[in-house]
Write a protein that binds this ligand. Structure first.
Ligand SMILES: [Cu+2]
Length: 164
C-alpha cells in the first residue's frame, strides 16, 4: 500500500519529486525527518458540485503531513485551508466577503484570520494539484478544512481528525 501511495504521488508531482523521495530514503536515520516519513494524504474534488472527495481525513497529532490536493476534472477553481476547531462558519463568512475585495484573487481567496492554521499555495484549476506540507496540530481534535473560493465553503468542507 505504501508503495502504491508513493507511486501515485510520484505520478502526480513528477519524477524529480520521486527521485527526491528516494534520495531522502537513503539518508542516515539521524538526518532531518524526510518526506518519506511524512503522512501522505490525498484530497480531490468532485466535479461541478463544490465538494471535496473526502469529508474526513485522519492524522496523528504532531505528524509531518504531505497533503496532495488535486483537481482532476472540475472546471471551477478551488483551494484548501485548515482551521482551528469550531471556526468554520466564522472563516466561511470572511471568505464570502472576499467577493468585494479587489485583492481577493491576489490573495488566492484566502481571508485574513488568526483561525487559519494551514493554507494551500495556489488556486487549483482543472488538471492541477497543490502539494501542501504542514505539521499536524499537537492537540487532538476535529479541525475543519474548507475551500474559501467565495460561496464554496458551505458545501466544500471536511474534517481533519487529529488523534493522539
Ligand atoms: Cu472550491
Amino acid at each position: 500500500m505504501k508503495k502504491l501511495t508513493v507511486s501515485l504521488f510520484a505520478a502526480l508531482i513528477g519524477v524529480s519529486a520521486l527521485n527526491a523521495l528516494n534520495a531522502q530514503d537513503a539518508k542516515p536515520a539521524d538526518a532531518k525527518p524526510a518526506a518519506a516519513d511524512a503522512t501522505k494524504l490525498m484530497l480531490g474534488v468532485v466535479p461541478n458540485v463544490m465538494q471535496y472527495d473526502k469529508k474526513e481525513l485522519t492524522v496523528k497529532a504532531g505528524a509531518k503531513v504531505m497533503l496532495l490536493f488535486r483537481n482532476e476534472k472540475c472546471p471551477l477553481q478551488h483551494n484548501f485551508i485548515l482551521l482551528k476547531p469550531g471556526t468554520k462558519d466564522a472563516v466561511g463568512a470572511l471568505a464570502d466577503k472576499m467577493l468585494t475585495d479587489p485583492e481577493a484573487l491576489k490573495k488566492l481567496y484566502y481571508p485574513d484570520s488568526k483561525d487559519i492554521l494551514v493554507k494551500g499555495t495556489k488556486l487549483v484549476g482543472i488538471g492541477q494539484s497543490d502539494l501542501i506540507e504542514f505539521t499536524a496540530p499537537a492537540e487532538a481534535g476535529d479541525y475543519p478544512y474548507i475551500c474559501t473560493f467565495p460561496g464554496h465553503w458551505r458545501l466544500m468542507n471536511g474534517v481533519l481528525k487529529v488523534t493522539k
